[in-house]
Design a protein. Structure first.
Lengths: 332, 497
């Protein structure tokens, strides 16, 4: 068979290109939407607007990174909105109590990590569906958020803390991205590298693709599930810190429904809710696609009611497209 | 002919992108006949069955039932016409009762309200016709696989089926259960129902088939009278060229050191094993009826089930509590179901093959992993186009080789194979056992569990018979004949030799 294999090792170039295009269809869709946006509004392709896009996408984007890890294992994390709000409040409360901002940030990240790991461990070792565990998290974390200050926002944060989100860093002449946008992009790259080039990433896909086969291959599947929820907890904490830094107050009502935006982005990016298939690249483009849509509506002067309506349709259309592609490939 | 129930004439099926699954297939099933369909994996059996059952539309040809041409658009159409299909994975709803399952989709009643009394009565009748001894109120999930099989047959009867198609009913049954199902089939045939029976196993066709049609490469080769046709002719028709049936060849006794020994093991489901041992270079078989403890034993050895007792691997005590421990000590398990337990189906071939041997490393270097896998897959003569290919696209035999490769790549020296040949055709099976022999010749200790005694008899240096969770005895197939071992698997302790 070895000679057969050597010949058939690589499919013809045009076939591979077509496969790539199908595999990464979300990029094509993204480009189409950007072209339409640029045609509709002269203001769209300006450096100021592009910088804004990244800035606005950062919070949901960071949360969607952790969510991608969770969904790749075939689980779901509904608690991220509440956890983001909780961590945003924790960091504010700590600084109001006189903590150094750097220390407060590290402590908050740790809180996120522990909350996530606790939920993951409960789900994995207690064999409770993550949907239930994180639904409980969604309710309880929001409750704790209110309890921290009796529902009162925390203000008067140190100016150095605001710098975390809004320092402008020049990328190209004329294009400067805020630190918040850069943090989002860097986390995406880091996460993507972990998924593609580490054994940990390999285990994430295997655990989601077939938990039984993974376990019988000696993989620590329950530890893996705990770990991805810990990652999701950390990204929610980072999102909370960025949010509080940008708003300059700790707002306990912040980030309501953020979990749904994040899940929508992950699914739109082609990650299967059953686990084992998907990528952070897809999530990144989906986050930006949703942001561009919002931006287009704003530029056209259409209100958020239109945005919400259309966004729903686009998610369904994208998922149907992916389904169709898979059926053509004979996986359906 | 008036006696022909189902006539399939020159039916063909093409899928998009010019894949021809079936070309010019023809067969005729007579009234009250058990007609067998025989063919290797990929010969087009499933495609043909699906078209007869209305799940696929033929691209050409004619299917007629009792002289009337059929134009089926759905399985419901076929059921209405009197064609009933029983799939290998029975399409029953496990949480519902037998009665509910029997009439699912055609419950008696008016305006959507089910007449439970009539349903009960008819369910009882249908179960009586097949001589079932379980209650119509039992929940299907609580029945044995054989009784579920009977439920599926009874369901066909409630739909007034003229012909019942059975797709490899024997795959999940042991020999006594199978005999019970056969009894029912024979009885139905006497009542005028026709059966189209699909199987890989020649012995089964011999036992119940009247005539057999052989499919190969999408074409029907010929229809034979079962009684007048020798095995070799059938095998030749299936494989396409003369190939000998697996026969026991003389092999020297294994002289290696003991690789794994169990002086005593007490485990789940009443497992109780004493004085089991396998040597390096030995292929040993575990046989016994389904549920006799073969699988439990292998899973216990692999750290997947807890056990008490004394086990040694390579002369040192061995007490695994997790598959990872077993893997570290050089064990590898090829599980009973490769699709649900053995493979990540959507993942590429090379990732499946390296999954067990990535532990303790940080970086995933894809190129190096591919290079590591390639020679192993070649050695196992695996057919694939591209290592990046999803493993789901491979045939069953090649999928099994990928599972095996996973352990060879990891350097496992003690291989536990649980029903490795399930669902493989004759050629792929012979291939697999040739591989097993090769691995053993390279020094591995191989334990093969199978319900197919013939395979073990041909391939193993020794055979252990399990009965109700215990090992009865160790047999040496070079000195004891197959019938004696078979008797022991069925009779258990009553059998004295």
């Amino acid at each position: 068979m070895s000679t057969d294999n050597a010949i058939a090792e690589r499919a013809p170039a045009h076939r591979r290109l077509a496969n790539l295009l199908i595999e990464y269809n979300f990029i094509a869709i993204f480009v189409v939407v950007v072209v339409i946006a640029a045609a509709l509004s002269d203001n769209f392709l300006t450096f100021v607007n592009i910088a804004n896009l990244f800035q606005q996408a950062a919070v949901v984007g960071v949360v969607a990174i952790g969510m991608t890890f969770v969904i790749l294992t075939g689980n779901i994390d509904l608690s991220v909105g509440s956890l983001t709000a909780l961590c945003g409040m924790v960091v504010a409360v700590l600084m109001a109590a006189g903590w150094d901002p750097a220390l407060a940030v590290v402590a908050t990240a740790l809180v996120g990590l522990l909350c996530g790991a606790a939920m993951g461990a409960t789900s994995a070792y207690g064999q409770v569906p993550s949907f239930i565990v994180t639904l409980a998290g969604l309710v309880s974390f929001r409750g704790i958020t209110y309890l921290l200050t009796d529902g009162v926002p925390v203000s008067g944060l140190p100016p150095s803390f605001a710098a975390i989100s809004s320092s402008v860093i020049p990328i190209l002449p004329g294009l400067g991205l805020t630190s918040m946008a850069l943090i989002f992009i860097c986390l995406c790259i880091a996460g993507g590298l972990v998924l593609r080039f580490t054994v940990f990433g390999e285990y994430v896909y295997a655990t989601g693709g077939n938990p039984e086969a993974a376990r019988l291959s000696g993989l620590p599947t329950r530890l893996m599930i705990t770990a991805v929820f810990a990652i999701s907890g950390v990204t929610a904490a980072i999102a909370g810190i960025l949010l509080t830094s940008r708003l300059r107050i700790g707002q306990p009502t912040a980030a309501q429904g953020l979990e749904l935006d994040a899940i929508a982005a992950v699914v739109l990016g082609g990650t299967s809710l059953f686990g084992g298939r998907g990528s952070l690249l897809g999530t990144f483009f989906a986050v930006m696609l949703l942001q561009v849509l919002r931006n287009v509506f704003n530029l056209l002067g259409l209100g958020s009611f239109y945005q919400m309506t259309v966004t729903g349709f686009i998610i369904v259309a994208a998922v149907l497209l992916n389904r169709f592609i898979e059926m053509r490939r004979g996986r359906g | 002919m008036a006696d022909d129930v189902l006539v399939v004439e020159n039916v063909s099926k093409r899928f998009p992108m010019n894949i021809v699954a079936l070309e010019q297939a023809s067969l005729t099933v007579r009234r009250g006949e058990i007609h067998c369909l025989l063919g290797a994996n990929g010969a087009g059996k499933s495609t043909l069955l699906k078209m007869v059952a209305g799940a696929l539309k033929p691209s050409g040809g004619r299917i007629s039932l009792e002289g009337r041409a059929l134009d089926l658009h759905s399985p419901a159409d076929a059921a209405r016409a009197g064609i009933s299909m029983i799939y290998q994975e029975l399409d029953l709803v496990p949480q519902l009762t037998v009665e509910q399952n029997l009439f699912l989709g055609h419950a008696p009643g008016k305006a959507g309200v089910i007449d439970r009394r009539v349903r009960s009565e008819r369910a009882r009748e249908a179960l009586q016709r097949i001589g079932a001894r379980f209650s119509p109120r039992a929940r299907v999930e609580q029945l044995s696989v054989a009784n579920q099989q009977l439920t599926a047959i009874a369901r066909s009867l409630t739909m007034n089926a003229k012909i019942i198609i059975m797709d490899e009913p024997s795959a999940a049954l042991n020999e006594t259960e199978l005999e019970a199902v056969f009894e029912v089939i024979r009885d139905l045939v006497r009542q005028g129902v026709s059966i189209l029976y699909v199987s890989h196993r020649l012995a089964e066709l011999r036992e119940i088939g009247d005539r057999v049609t052989v499919l190969r490469g999408g074409r029907t080769i010929a229809t034979y009278d079962v009684a007048d046709t020798p095995d070799t002719a059938l095998v030749e028709a299936v494989i396409g060229k003369a190939r000998t049936l697996v026969e026991r060849k003389a092999c020297p006794p294994v002289a290696g050191e003991v690789a794994l020994s169990v002086s005593q093991m007490r485990g789940a489901d009443g497992l109780m094993v004493e004085n089991f041992a396998v040597r390096w270079g030995e292929v040993t078989g575990l046989t016994g009826l389904n549920g006799s403890g073969r699988t439990t034993f292998l899973r216990s050895l692999f750290g997947d089930l807890r056990f008490e007792g004394a086990v040694e691997v390579g002369g040192r005590p061995y007490r695994p509590t997790h598959p990872a421990h077993a893997i570290r000590r050089g064990l590898g398990l090829v599980p009973e179901s490769r699709k649900t337990h053995g493979l990540v189906l959507d993942a590429p071939i090379y990732k499946n093959a390296t999954l067990a041997s990535l532990g303790g490393r940080f970086a995933m270097r894809h190129r190096r992993e591919r290079e590591r896998v390639r020679p192993v897959l070649d050695r196992l003569s695996t057919r694939y186009a591209d290592l990046e290919q999803a493993v789901i696209q491979l045939s069953g035999g090649n999928q099994q080789k990928v599972v095996l490769a996973k352990w060879v790549v990891n350097g496992a020296k003690i291989l536990l194979l649980d029903e490795p040949s399930r669902g493989l055709d004759v050629g792929a099976k012979a291939d697999l056992y040739a591989l097993v022999e090769k691995l053993a010749a390279d020094g591995a200790a191989v334990i093969v569990a199978s319900s197919e005694l013939d395979e073990l008899y041909a391939a193993c240096d020794s055979i252990w018979v399990f009965h109700e969770g215990r090992i009865l005895d160790r047999y040496d197939p070079s000195v004891i004949d197959r019938e004696a071992i078979l008797k022991a698997t069925i009779l258990g302790d009553q059998h004295v030799h």
